[in-house]
Design a protein around this ligand. Structure first.
Ligand code: GLV
Ligand code: MG
Length: 291
């Protein structure tokens, strides 16, 4: 898995020391992760390691060994099962010391926090504001279902008996807390890795709400995610057209702040919405169609 991870087209890759590593392998996994970070070509992917949660005996030693030895290519630490702002503050302080000892610039390592318990969700607003190192807030549906005692046996999938989306409130609450603090907001795993249609359908829900991305557990999920989260060519071109029309309206002639664009009205808010499409599309390598 470590050897295959680069080159799959994911914007970000995290190497796991937490729940996908068995307890007897926890310590040996640290060296494997450090070696993979140092010896493999990770291209442009943001590189992250998920350490064990604060309620285990491993967290501090994960950080000492991994951040202490991985070098500057490691950019983020993911902290799972975050329940309070204090856990983020503690991680920030620990990272500050380890960075200093390892000769890394202060603040080099960003933090990604997973919300996957009832307590974490209740405290998500304080958690999102707890440290300037915080870059991303992530929903963990499998642990979350376990935490709230939801009677499901598969993580992250639609529950047909529920009229609506059983996680709608959770998705929205995390999204608001993240956006209010300028963070990226990411949806977690979908465990039925062979059911591509259901994965695509479920991915669309958090995308439509405004999430920035979602986890992939398998290379085929990466392909689907890149498709879903990249604007269509039509949306990308339309966003550029809106920006052009708005720019023209506000700077030429009567310098109007709100004008007609086809059969709809556009204004400053339209410019902001369009900019998001242009940024995302450009990041995915899209170019505007020839007129
Ligand atoms: C991810 O860690 C999850 O528990 O869903
Ligand atoms: Mg989890």
């Amino acid at each position: 898995m470590l050897a295959k991870a680069p080159g799959l087209g994911a914007d970000m890759v995290f190497l796991d020391l937490e729940d996908s590593v068995s307890p007897l392998e926890k310590e040996a996994a640290r060296t494997k992760v450090v070696n993979a970070i140092k010896s493999q070509d990770w291209g442009e992917a943001v590189l992250c390691v998920r350490v064990n949660a604060w309620d285990t005996q491993w967290t501090v030693y994960d950080i000492l060994e991994v951040v202490g030895n991985a070098g500057p290519r490691l950019e983020e630490i993911m902290l799972p099962k975050v329940q309070s702002a204090a856990e983020i503050v503690a991680m920030d302080l620990l990272l500050t010391q380890v960075e200093k000892k390892a000769g890394l610039p202060n603040g080099h390592i960003g933090i990604e926090a997973q919300i996957e318990t009832a307590r974490g969700l209740i405290n998500v607003e304080e958690i999102c504001a707890a440290s300037p190192r915080l870059e991303t807030i992530i929903f963990g549906p499998a642990d979350f279902a376990a935490s709230i005692e939801m009677p499901v046996l598969t993580g992250g999938v639609q529950i047909d008996e529920y009229p609506g989306d059983h996680f709608h409130y959770v998705f929205s609450k995390i999204l608001m807390a993240g956006r209010a603090n300028g963070l990226q907001v990411i949806d977690g795993p979908f465990l039925k890795i062979r059911d591509h249609d259901a994965f695509r359908d479920y991915t669309n829900r958090t995308k439509v709400l405004g999430y920035d991305g979602k986890w992939a557990l398998h290379p085929e999920q990466v392909v689907i995610l890149n498709e879903v989260f990249t604007p269509t060519q039509e949306q990308f071109d339309r966003a550029f057209d809106i920006l052009d029309a708005y720019e023209q309206a506000t700077t030429e002639g009567e310098r109007k702040g709100a004008v007609m664009f086809g059969d709809e009205m556009i204004d400053e808010a339209s410019r902001k919405m369009a900019t998001k499409f242009v940024t995302r599309g450009s990041r995915a390598g899209m170019t505007r169609s020839a007129e």
